[in-house]
Design a protein. Structure first.
Length: 480
């Protein structure tokens, strides 16, 4: 190690009132002054010293301790310990001059001149000096290592360039340059020119086919019974003309012409078929039925005494006669669990025979009258937070059908039911119902319970600030 690195430094501590008030390591060799001035190394008031007294004076590279007559203390110079007066007598402390001194306990006493001595110090020296109420301790010590300076992270001290992700920045820059280049090239080239058929190469021209127009079939002219040609086919072709398509239309197969004789023969066959169906329906079958002799069944019924037997045979197999009634009554055959229409025979004998359990019954359908009601929603005043009055009014008008359903359901039981129901609804901040109370009700518990269950499922507008409490007054009355 070098001499500079092994040199000891001066350590000084100030004690006042039995407590160390200041301690300092003087790493740099320089004079040490004490006194009342703020420019001193150590500020010590009320000591009688001048405002600036050089306690440790540096001459060359060596310290000298300056002492005065009023100072007391002990020094160790490496060979032994001695007090200040002993050092003066031994001649170690040499007189160097005088300074002005004023006793701090003397009041207004005048200053006086006192002699000043200096003692050379080595790195093994140490001592204790007392002047007034202040005690000063000093010694030479090996300098401790300097404390490490706090260092900021590299990202902070190195600047913003060290915190840049260069891989991502490079990719972003290249992408930006490519996009700008493509845009600039498109603007420079401009729109592509239109290509005509003459500019298309011959090897591609054979794949281009012009669109062929759709050919319509000519309208079919039909001859009527009078020999005149009808233009009905032409008119229908105009009305039902197919839309133009790019594909080729299919030709409809030609219709076969029907002669006048064939048309007359088909009409006659259709009349015979209808006549045969009507012969077994209703009163026509009864009148046209053939009896045992040359007459009809009606003559056999009237002529003999046994009306029941001949009537059974005459009406056998004839159906379709309905029982006349008023309103919506309709003749039905009902026995056991089955239903069916009554024949004429069963109708005249008072209903079907046999095991169905009783005579014929008719089913009566009553037409139900629709019950309507009137609803009036009175004014609503919110309490607590704030809520959009317009949105709340529109919501209740949309939901009035739910309230009227509950009232009309009870109105079917009590036609004269009318009155008012008021519900206090607590609306949370999310718009949902948190609590419902019935404040007024003269419509019954069923209506109140039904309306409360429907109000609980309604999503109200969200209040602002805090939850809102509203009273919904509903006034019901029957309208028809």
């Amino acid at each position: 190690m070098t001499q500079k690195e092994t040199r000891k430094i001066l350590r000084i501590g100030i004690i006042q009132g039995g407590k160390i008030v200041e301690e300092r390591l003087l790493r740099k060799r320089e004079p040490v002054t004490v006194g009342e001035s703020a420019k001193n190394t150590f500020v010590i008031p009320s000591t009688g010293l001048p405002s600036r007294f050089p306690l440790f004076e540096l001459k060359g590279d060596k310290y000298y301790l300056t002492i005065a007559d009023w100072m007391q203390g002990r020094l160790s110079l490496g060979t032994g310990v001695a007090d200040l007066n002993g050092l003066k007598k031994q001649g170690v402390a040499k007189k160097v001059g005088q300074v002005d001194y004023k006793d701090p306990k003397g009041g207004n006493a005048a200053k006086k001149k006192v002699p000043v001595f200096q003692v050379p110090l080595s790195e093994k020296s140490r001592g204790k000096m007392t002047f007034g109420d202040t005690t000063l301790l000093f010694q030479f010590v090996t300098p401790p290592p300097l404390p490490a300076k706090p260092q900021l992270p590299i990202l902070v001290t190195g600047g913003w360039l060290k915190g840049v992700d260069w891989i991502f920045s490079t990719i972003l820059l290249v992408s930006f340059l490519l996009h700008v280049g493509v845009i600039f090239m498109c603007q420079k080239i401009g729109p592509l020119p239109k290509v005509t058929l003459d500019q298309i190469p011959e090897r591609f021209a054979k794949y281009i086919q012009p669109i062929q127009p759709v050919k319509r079939p000519p309208p079919v002219r039909r001859e009527t019974d009078n020999g005149k040609k009808s233009d009905k086919g032409k008119k229908s072709a105009k009305r039902k003309a197919p839309k133009k398509r790019a594909t080729k239309a299919r030709k409809a197969p030609p219709k076969r012409r029907i002669s006048a004789e064939e048309s007359a023969r088909r009409a006659q066959a259709r009349k015979n078929r209808i006549r045969k169906q009507l012969s077994r329906v209703g009163i026509i079958a009864l009148i046209g039925a053939k009896g045992t002799g040359s007459g009809s069944s009606v003559q056999d019924v009237i002529s003999g005494n046994s009306i029941d037997g001949r009537l059974d045979r005459a009406l056998e197999g004839v159906k379709g006669l309905a029982v006349a009634g008023s309103g919506a009554n309709r003749g039905t055959r009902r026995g056991g669990g089955g239903r069916g229409s009554l024949s004429i025979k069963e109708s005249l004998q008072g209903g079907p025979r046999g095991g169905g359990g009783g005579g014929g019954k008719t089913r009566v359908r009553r037409k139900r009258a629709r019950i309507k009601s009137a609803l009036k929603i009175e004014s609503i005043e919110p309490e607590g937070g704030t809520i959009n009055q317009g949105s709340l009014g529109r919501l209740l008008r949309r939901k009035r059908g739910l309230f009227q359903y509950c009232y009309e359901k009870e109105l079917k039981r009590s036609p004269n039911l009318r009155g008012k129901i008021a519900l206090r609804v607590q609306i949370a901040l999310n718009g949902r119902v948190s609590n419902i109370e019935i404040e007024e009700n003269n419509l019954g518990s069923n209506v109140a319970r039904c309306i409360s269950s429907r109000v609980r499922r309604i999503r109200f507008p969200r209040p602002k600030g805090e939850a809102v409490s509203i009273v919904i007054p509903l006034l019901f009355s029957p309208s028809s």
